[in-house]
Write a protein that binds this ligand. Structure first.
Ligand SMILES: [Fe+2]
Length: 311
């Protein structure tokens, strides 16, 4: 197996297209994002971290366009361009930066980016520490959480469906340096139908999954997920989205593989978008494992998956 060309450090943002940027912005504000920039043709939304944007909507027919991943360095962009016959281009949009534009074997547009401007982080509403049965640390301080949208921190992971998982996997392994966290199977462990993959950050912790690849017979977006401040914050955001009339899809629960507390919603385009918090972190030394599908689609607690669950 050849070495990866580079090792990306994280998912940066998805690109969608929508005819009505106002409707997208209205939903994304309720979802817990803030406008970073808006042009005649595109909307750039940020979270509380310093990243300039973590969701982009281009004006156009409703659709999913692709993803951007963070390269570790400008030098990595040059390495990637040289190895793929591509070029390093200036990103002609708010935040600037540089990009190598690729397409995965299913035809998704994959931007590998570096040097996008950062913004001052936004203040995060916190709350008093939690008392547990084992540690009653909050004494005399009253627990009061402020209502409002969730506080989206960063773009965390995406699930993509494909007709050819081995081919797609080899592309992400080779071009972006992804590592296998867990495979899952329907019939037997020798025939996996899905793979949770994480970024290779060496000894530094990485989210259990940055990408989930699922064999579904067609190339399609599954969902995109953003990390929020904490559990209370996720629940406050749940209430806010429900009050705003957003369409709830699945949750609140705690996943088995990845361990996150999750809450899934539908955006105005009908795509599945997720809030999550408290996910498992692994360094690059952790070996891949294989599980039956119910551990991938099931929960440690929370409601059963919707009948039409498509990850
Ligand atoms: Fe997810």
């Amino acid at each position: 197996m050849s070495d990866p060309i580079i090792r990306v450090t994280d998912l940066a943002f998805p690109r969608f297209s929508a005819p009505d940027l106002d409707a997208m912005e209205k939903f994304l504000v309720e979802f817990g994002m803030h406008r970073a920039a808006r042009t005649d043709d595109a909307l750039y939304m940020r979270g509380t971290d310093g990243q300039h944007h973590l969701h982009v909507t281009h004006r156009g027919e409703p659709g999913f366009l692709g993803f951007a991943f963070h390269a570790a360095s400008a030098a990595d962009l040059r390495t990637l361009a040289a190895a793929t016959g591509g070029k390093v281009e200036a990103l002609d949009e708010p935040g600037g930066g540089e990009v190598v534009r690729l397409a995965d074997p299913d035809g998704r547009s994959i931007d590998v980016v570096h040097g996008i401007a950062t913004l001052p982080p936004l203040p995060v509403r916190g709350h008093e520490p939690l008392n547990t049965g084992a540690a009653r640390v909050r004494v005399g301080a009253l627990q009061r959480v402020a209502a409002g949208p969730s506080q989206v921190k960063r773009c965390g992971h995406a699930a993509i469906k494909t007709g050819d998982p081995p081919r797609l996997w080899e592309w992400y392994r080779r071009h972006l340096g992804m590592l296998v966290s867990d495979d899952f199977f329907l019939e037997g462990p020798e025939k996996p139908i899905g793979r949770f993959a994480r970024c290779d950050k060496g000894a530094a912790p990485a989210d259990h999954h940055t990408l989930l690849l699922v064999e579904m017979g067609e190339a399609k977006l599954g969902h995109v997920a953003w990390e929020v401040a904490d559990f209370d914050d996720l629940m406050l955001g749940h209430d806010r989205l429900a009050q705003a009339g957003a369409r709830h899809y699945w949750g609140v629960g705690r996943h088995i593989l990845g361990g996150q507390i999750f809450d899934y919603w539908k955006d105005p385009l009908g795509f599945t978008v997720e809030h999550w918090t408290d996910g498992d972190l692994l360094d690059a030394s952790v070996e891949a494992k294989t599980f039956p599908i119910f551990e991938a689609g099931g929960s440690q607690w929370g409601p059963l998956p919707p009948p039409d669950l498509d990850f």
